[in-house]
Write a protein that binds this ligand. Structure first.
Ligand code: FES
Length: 73
C-alpha cells in the first residue's frame, strides 16, 4: 500500500526539558517526513527549506518532485 502524507513543517519538533531522557540527551522528532531514521530527525529536513509555500511536493528515491494541487476523488 502506498500513502502520501502532507507535511507543512520544515524542521524538527524539539521536546521540552521534561521530555528529555537524562541518559540520551536532546531528542528531535521528525515532522517533515523525510528522515531515514524515523521518528527521529536526521537533518533531512534541510532538503525542504526552499520549498514554495503554495506548492506540493513528493520525494521519490530522494528526488524532489512538484506535484499538482488538484485532487481526484
Ligand atoms: S524534521 Fe524531518 S529530518 Fe529533521
Amino acid at each position: 500500500m502506498a500513502r502520501e502524507v502532507t507535511h507543512t513543517a520544515t524542521g524538527p519538533k524539539m521536546l521540552t526539558p521534561d521530555d528529555i531522557d537524562d541518559e540520551h540527551g536532546d531528542i528531535a522528532i521528525c515532522l517533515c517526513g523525510l528522515s531515514e531514521d524515523s521518528p527521529f530527525c536526521d537533518g533531512s529536513h534541510k532538503r525542504a527549506e526552499d520549498e514554495a509555500s503554495d506548492a506540493r511536493y513528493k520525494y521519490v528515491d530522494g528526488e524532489r518532485r512538484r506535484v499538482s494541487l488538484d485532487f481526484e476523488e
